[in-house]
Ligand binder design. Structure first.
Ligand code: XIL
Length: 413
């Protein structure tokens, strides 16, 4: 077991993102900032002799992120079913997380069933429920809730879904047929969840990655091509129609901290919000050492938080570092800490309704980023042996630091 390592590089920490607020130029909607309070960070206790501060646990094995964040938001993780089936891995998951997202297995590619579809009586898409059923049963047995990811996406969706007779050699179908197919597919997935596993999936990414990387919507999505711009609204309309009333419906995207994309997504969410079709905005939050900017994260949260009742979730959090030296991992811990200081502050002070933060993967040995970035990546809370990294501790500490801040604030009132 590893003893807790303090991050020694910062002798003075500004808590609750006070320092982070300075320089957050662009955000007109930002709340009145918290007073700037700096607290001397206590020196690192030398192992074995020093008493841990306030009897706080010093070893990750005695800590639990989900418990520490209990009063603020739930903490989740993206997993594959083999990880739930492996007892040791499941124990690691249930210690720190109360919800999970299937990293792949609830995407259209995995759920839609070609053989059944071409044999279906009504010509509508058919789904394969076996694997979902297995995963949702495991979730229930382990006391875990799930985020559903995802219904409508341009990626990891079978091409045949969009073509006449489900034949890729033929033309795309027209709008009316595609709308019928979309409704049938959403209805089947959500009805299965409602009837067989009520309450297990508490939120769905109804539409994923609708915005382009340039300006506007992603117009080359087959959903956009076959249905038109309102495919997003239609997807939410059907999801609302067939989801249990407690299931929260999300629009989810990446690079939500980039100004152009933020504007496009905001306009979409405003339209859906006015019609009562959306419950939440999902910020994927795939961060990178090179481009990391916590001020932009704050700006995005504050912008969407203007929409009454809208929940905000960080749905796929990770932070790409291609170097796992001690210095790099300590730097990463500070960056993660800046994110969580911001989240804790905004949620606690009532500026935003943040309801879940999900890490995109359990450990550095299984991260999707190593393949995606074509280089090694060390983006997550645990190393490949499930040992907690410095960022685990820095994130854990953000809640207590905010309590400390509240105490200081109280005294000064
Ligand atoms: C990724 C998975 O992690 C990979 O295993 C898979 O090969 C590709 O998809 N945005 C999303 C997620 O919404 O579904 C993606 O997941 C990561 C980017």
């Amino acid at each position: 077991m590893k003893l807790r390592k303090y991050i020694t590089t910062c002798a003075v920490v500004s808590i609750l993102g006070a320092a982070l607020l300075a320089g957050c130029g662009e955000n007109k909607d930002k709340p009145e900032s918290a007073p700037e309070v700096s607290v001397e960070k206590t020196e690192e206790p030398s192992e074995a002799t020093d008493e841990p501060e306030e009897n706080k646990p010093t070893d990750a094995s005695e800590m639990s992120l989900k418990d520490e964040y209990n009063e603020l938001f739930t903490i989740g993780v993206a997993v594959n079913s083999w990880q739930l089936e492996d007892k040791e891995t499941l124990d690691v998951i249930t210690k720190d997380f109360s919800s999970f997202t299937c990293e792949n297995e609830m995407k259209p590619d995995y759920v839609l069933d070609y053989e059944k579809t071409i044999d279906s009586d009504d010509g509508m898409p058919e789904i394969n429920t076996e694997n979902m059923d297995k995963i949702m049963t495991m979730a229930e047995d382990a006391g875990l809730k799930m985020r559903g990811h995802t219904l409508v996406w341009h990626s990891q969706t079978p091409e045949w879904l969009f073509h006449e007779d489900y034949d890729e050699e033929k033309d795309y179908v027209g709008r009316d047929t595609m709308l019928e197919r979309m409704e049938a597919y959403i209805k089947k997935v959500l009805t299965f969840c409602n009837e067989k596993h009520p309450g297990t999936v508490y939120a769905w990414d109804v539409v994923n990655e609708a915005a382009s990387d340039g300006e506007g919507l992603r117009e080359d999505s087959p959903w956009y091509i076959t249905i038109g711009e309102d495919y997003i609204e239609k997807a939410f309309e059907y999801a609302r129609k067939y989801a249990d009333k407690d299931v929260k419906l999300f629009l989810n995207d990446y690079n939500t901290e980039v100004n152009e994309k933020r504007k496009v997504l905001y306009d979409v969410v405003v339209g859906l919000h006015e019609k009562g079709l959306i419950d939440g905005f999902g910020m994927q939050s795939h961060h990178d050492r090179e481009y990391f900017n916590v001020d932009e994260i704050r700006t995005t949260i504050m912008k969407f938080a203007q929409l009454e009742g809208l929940e905000i979730q960080l749905t796929e959090l990770d932070m790409h570092y291609n170097d796992n030296s001690e210095d790099a991992m300590n730097e990463q811990a500070e960056a993660y800490r800046a994110i969580f200081d911001t989240l804790v502050e905004l949620d606690k002070e009532g500026f935003a309704n943040i309801t879940n933060v999900t890490f995109w993967g359990l450990n550095d040995g299984t991260t999707w980023l190593t393949g995606h970035k074509k280089e090694d990546s060390y983006p997550l809370l645990f190393d490949e042996n499930n040992e907690a990294k410095p960022c685990y501790y820095s994130i854990f500490d953000a809640v207590a630091a905010s309590d400390k801040y509240a105490g200081i604030k109280k005294e000064s009132e």
